[in-house]
Design a protein around this ligand. Sequence first.
Ligand code: HEC
Length: 259
Amino acid sequence: MKMKRTFSALLVVLALCGVVGYSSSAYAAGDTPHPPKQDWSFSGMFGTYDKGALQRGLKVYQNVCSACHGMKHLRYRNLTALGYNENQVKNIAAQYSVTDGPNDEGEMFERTAIPSDAFVSPYPNEAAAKYANNGAYPVDLSLITKARHSGSDYVYGLLTGYSEPEHGVEVPEGKYYNKYFPGHVISMAPPLSDDIVAYDDGTPTTTEQYAKDVAHFLTWAADPYMEDRKRIGLRVIIFLLVFAGIMYAYKRQLWADLH
Ligand code: HEC
């Protein structure tokens, strides 16, 4: 009896800790709202990436975001996962030039990028990137959807979350109001607007669609093996179920005489 009461008391304390922990984390997030959940093809246990969305997202990244943000963890050859063949990947890489070297004379030189090169960054270093963006650093986007809570929803929310300042937030010159950026004041000008990137598959060329596609692409870039992981997980679960069944049948047979 006494044990039971101690146990219940412990449960109450744990529950209270949970409530306090939860509310304090909600408080720490300040008044920046949580980005609304989007409907992604890759969500859930059976979710997969949509190659069309990935290809469109790459296009948005190349045409818009890559002017300021690098994706140095990605190599051009990784793009075969988007459904491109080797020749197409070669052509995509050939649109860029990289600094290589030193050559026999000790000089660095420029050459056309090849599939094994990492995505070319727009700036040679962090200082140059900050200098070109009024002191704000355009982060490398290779892992952004992993580095932020609910990353895919966050990127979508951020790209579609610009508006006139609300709730009396002061926005200094050269900065912008964004509903989903922590603190609401961001140094990135709204990068998207309707019809700035041509799509050749009939998908609408709206800000929302660009945001959705580029967030899809960035999610893949940060987690390219997600589909494999889900497939293996599913096989493990099926194996465990079958194994449990066999073990149960075996146990029944073993104990049959004792019933
Ligand atoms: C003209 C340059 C420029 C372009 C183009 C641009 N960005 Fe940015 N971006 C920035 C800068 C600068 C920051 C840092 C903002 C800050 O810290 O206030 C930033 C920040 C971000 C952040 C980070 C927010 C965080 O949580 O730290 C994300 C995500 C982002 N950009 C995504 C994109 C995407 C996706 C595109 C293409 C659709 C894009 N950006 C295009 C300059 C740019």
